[in-house]
Design a protein around this ligand. Structure first.
Ligand code: SF4
Length: 202
């Protein structure tokens, strides 16, 4: 497993399925393989949503993937996802309207924004704690794991979730940044912004 082989696999797949899907599929394969080899402990499981309670930022191409995924959902699932997301997004918009006036620096500073939005749910988080767009979830969600079950005593004493604990996760992040930079995009944007503005507005 090398970075070069990883990059080649993404490029090959991208000819058929587009860059973002190719990146996610290759990453899925490499993660499974690398976890076997390194025996890296991962305590994350369906329904544990600690990491989903913060500001999640994504690249534009990732947002495209999420929007297409939502549009492909069967109509009852799509309606329920939208209704739930809109409730959270409504709170975000109220918060944003107030803070853009009183503290414009805060709403444009990713670190301050993340701090202000900590412990609030991602708009795509479902009531059962699962991700509403799991197959299309962005890179930051795909590459963040914890070796200790979040919320437990052990977690409070020593653990915390980390991004890019595996080599292939570092490669995937780097590849996405290189690609975005080459397309003139150097920043990630809060999912909330995308979901409340055209063309991704829910
Ligand atoms: S996109 Fe999905 S996995 Fe990522 S924070 Fe939102 S609900 Fe959680």
């Amino acid at each position: 497993m090398t970075k070069e082989a990883f990059t080649r696999a993404v490029e090959e797949r991208a000819k058929r399925s587009g860059f973002t899907r190719a990146l996610y599929e290759t990453l899925d394969e490499y993660q499974a393989e690398e976890r076997k080899v390194t025996e890296l402990p991962v305590a994350c499981s369906r329904g544990c949503s600690y990491c989903c309670h913060q500001m999640v930022c994504v690249f534009p191409e990732e947002m495209q993937e999420i929007t297409e995924y939502i549009n492909r959902l069967a109509s009852p699932a799509r309606r329920s996802l939208r209704e739930q997301a809109r409730e959270i997004l409504g709170k975000w918009q109220e918060w944003f309207k107030i803070h853009i006036r009183v503290s414009p620096r805060q709403v444009h500073n990713p670190i301050e924004l993340a701090r202000a939005w900590l412990w609030k749910p991602c708009p795509l988080l479902q009531q059962d704690g699962s991700c509403g767009v799991y197959e299309a979830r962005p890179l930051v969600c795909r590459t963040t794991t914890s070796d200790t079950k979040c919320g437990t005593l052990a977690y409070k004493q020593k653990g915390h979730a980390e991004q890019a604990r595996l080599k292939c996760e570092v490669w995937a992040n780097n590849l996405q940044v290189e690609r975005s930079t080459s397309h003139g995009v150097s920043v990630v944007v809060p999912l909330h912004h995308y979901l409340t503005t055209k063309p991704h507005k829910l």
